[in-house]
Ligand binder design. Structure first.
Ligand code: FAD
Length: 389
């Protein structure tokens, strides 16, 4: 087989890149290790920045999103029994939308089907070869037979555990990592959200987050120990713990119900530099991870797609390599700022095992600065809605 761009990974970054390139007449083949149902069944992000929303529109996949999404003009932060609102609309005239990653992925798969784009599922043993030359190719097996695709470029959109990042030699690649000493226990329930905006709670018992997918579907999280077993967390135990971490005014309104999904995710900050090696470009979780506190995971994947898409279009339309040559530098400049925001909000809102009384006073002072200082709120708002591309 031959194509212009092989995209390894059929998650949101691979699909969005494929759709944007298709609309510019650039041919792609997507290789996905799992089944389509498996990819669509993963419950993950739900807050979309304006940049991602604009790209969904540019990719021609925004109809359902525009109809079904919820616009959030701000977000709430609580500490002890206090709660305050950071109103993005009033502070900086922007907002974010709530639309699940599952829905984004579904819309992108539907669009890819409609335009006849090729996606190969359940591929195994993917290897990216000769990426440092002008003629890279990708080998893999599917249904037990070995295949090869020759291409101009490879986009490594295969997430944190994929093969793309590992293809960059250790002598070229540098990884930066911080693993946080706790995880998030997340529950999805068919109950109405407790509040019309997200509530981020710092409490003496640990962090909690009240999020949502729609009017009937809520997503809640509590900070938990890394070695906690999800089976030790009954629904009753989860709801009880969540209520104890929220201000009374919120806890009293919480509608509980059976969980339809429950999982524990570790929290990690990670960046790989560079994000390009020859004709291989890393996008999204393949190159970086953020703790979900700042709602940046999917959104940073989207900004990579933006820079790579523009670079590839410049290459194919104008025979100009400036965009792809500067891809890694441009993408990383934005990524590090999103990493910083996610790290800072995680530090501000969680309880750490080794926190001293001084550390707790510092954390409290930081939250109060955000509560009462408009400049601090503007900085938070600008970062939360997403820095410009
Ligand atoms: C449990 C969890 C909860 C999250 N919650 C949030 C949240 O609340 N807010 C937020 O902003 N972000 C969240 N994130 C992060 C967000 O979901 C990711 O940043 C986003 O999915 C990145 O998209 P991606 O396409 O780069 O990677 P992925 O979504 O990981 O997609 C990569 C794809 O590549 C495929 N793949 C992997 N290896 C291979 C291979 N060798 N060959 C072929 N295909 C391969 C995988 O099957 C997958 O489909 C969460 C992530 C996790 C894991």
């Amino acid at each position: 087989m031959r194509t212009q761009v092989v995209i390894v990974g059929g998650g949101p970054s691979g699909l969005l890149l494929g759709q944007l390139l298709h609309r510019k007449g650039i041919e792609t083949i997507i290789l996905e290790r799992k089944t389509r149902d498996y990819v669509l069944g993963r419950i993950r992000a739900g807050i979309l920045e304006t940049g991602l929303v604009d790209m969904m529109r540019e990719a021609g996949v925004s109809d359902r999103m525009d109809k079904e999404c919820f616009i959030h003009h701000g977000t709430c932060i609580s500490y002890e029994n206090e709660m305050f609102d950071i109103n993005f609309q009033e502070l900086i005239g922007q907002n974010v939308i709530v639309y699940g990653q599952t829905e984004v992925t579904r819309d992108l798969y539907d669009a890819r089907d409609a335009c006849g784009g090729r996606t190969l599922f359940e591929v195994e043993d993917v290897e990216i070869r000769d990426a440092e030359t002008d003629s890279p190719h990708v080998t893999f097996t599917i249904d037990g037979s070995a295949k090869r695709i020759d291409c101009d470029f490879v986009a490594g959109c295969d997430g944190f555990h994929g093969v793309s990042r590992k293809t960059i030699p250790d002598t070229v690649r540098k990884d930066y990592e911080k693993v946080f000493p706790f995880g998030w226990l997340g529950v999805l329930s068919e109950t109405p959200p407790v509040h019309d905006e997200l509530v981020y709670a710092n409490s003496a018992r640990g962090f909690a987050l009240c999020s949502m997918r729609n009017e009937h579907l809520s997503r809640y999280y509590v900070q938990c120990d890394l070695d906690d077993d999800v089976f030790e967390w009954s629904d009753d135990r989860f709801w009880d713990e969540l209520k104890r971490r929220l201000p009374e005014s919120v806890a009293d309104k919480l509608v509980t119900g059976p969980s339809i999904e429950k999982s524990i995710a570790p929290l990690r900050s990670f960046v790989c530099e560079p994000m390009r090696w020859g004709r291989l470009f890393l996008c999204g979780d393949a190159a970086h991870i953020v703790p979900p506190t700042g709602a940046k995971g999917l959104n940073t994947a989207a900004s990579d797609v933006h820079y790579l898409f523009k670079g590839l279009v410049q290459y194919y339309q104008d025979n100009d390599t400036n965009g792809i040559d500067r891809y890694s530098e441009r993408a990383l400049a934005r990524i590090w700022k999103a990493e910083r925001f996610s790290w800072a909000t995680t530090n501000m809102l969680h309880r750490f095992p080794d926190q001293s009384e001084f550390d707790l006073k510092m954390q409290r002072a930081e939250i109060e600065s955000l509560h009462y200082n408009e400049t601090a709120q503007k900085w938070f708002a600008q970062n939360y809605v997403g820095l410009p591309y």
